[in-house]
Design a protein around this ligand. Sequence first.
Ligand code: SF4
Length: 404
Amino acid sequence: MSPSLYVHIPFCLKRCIYCDFVSGIYNPARADIYIEALKKEISNISNEKPISTLFIGGGTPTALSANALSDLINHIFTHFSFTENYEATIEANPGTLDKEKLQALRSSGINRLSIGIQSFNDNELSFLGRIHTSGEAEQAVHLAKESGFENVGIDLIYGIPGQSFASWMVTLEKAVSLKPKHISTYELTVEEGTLLYGYLKNPPTSPFSKGGESSLLWQRGARGDFSIKTLLPDEDKIIEMYEHTIDYLTADGYSHYEISNFAMPGYQCRHNITYWNRGEYCGAGPGAHSFINGKRFHNTDDLDEYLKLVSENMSPVNGSETITEDMALSEALFLGLRKTGGVNVEAFSRRYNKNILSHYQQEIDDLREAGLLEVASSDCSYETTLRLTRKGLVLSNEVFTKFI
Ligand code: SF4
């Protein structure tokens, strides 16, 4: 099997308040030094097998200049061979795109663009600390298509403090009207260590401005009209948003192929499917993870340390884990069940030499009884699939904890 390749760009123009990714503020000189180190690390990755999918993520890869991006991508395509029908994605922020950059990306071999739009409501974008407006996000999608990107995906976030159901609907409708091939919808989670986490614990007493432009929502919270915590949509509302998203996007022709992901036929993100299928992948850059020959390892997530190690011809890997048989079974289930198609019982037996239904009989029985899992049989192929029910999709974390 051909492995996948993930390449991390740890720079953004500004920190979004909910972000816990490995990323710092973009600085052109530091970015140049980083690209040289990254190329060096990439050169040391085995290129025996052709790459099937490439994902350049971040951070904000498109914070880099067109020249820096072309230089990096040319290096990747020179060092590795790629399968004939490879998928090569780059994550993009609408506030960092222009036609020159998009054309440079397309002509260097990138054939899929994943644009982080998050919302088509300017108040929500401002609240999140995003650097772009709704209008700029829409413009970015048009510009991408004009620049030769046929395969454009967009990312959206729901459950934003202050967001109403109606506002989420407007965002979804706008997204669909732009006809992207792929739509990811993620619930906003408040991760420890993020600016948002800090603001919720210690609400600002003066009008909010730390995330960037002052946000109306935060100003209202700070005035004492209501506390910021009460702006977080409650669980029922989040579930309503999620369920409506499924109905709305599937009615519009998108297939719901993973808990948070929707695609037009033939446009599922193959890179992410590699992760959910426990396929092999290599990662380059700070914080990047790899999974090769049954072993997982990851690089240091400290950029300074990464640059030092690579400049001294040392490996940036600072942690590894050998996956035991039990861990592999558990991973195969909680990753595989993320896909709405579920886990094929016969294929699981062939790959892991275990009958999933008997190995996890008690857990599966409990989850079936709770209405979260179902076993489906296909009449024509005599194949059996274990998959989440609609209720299981909503409460997927409850299912996964049973297998971890
Ligand atoms: S653009 Fe993405 S990676 Fe950068 S701060 Fe915002 S959420 Fe984080």
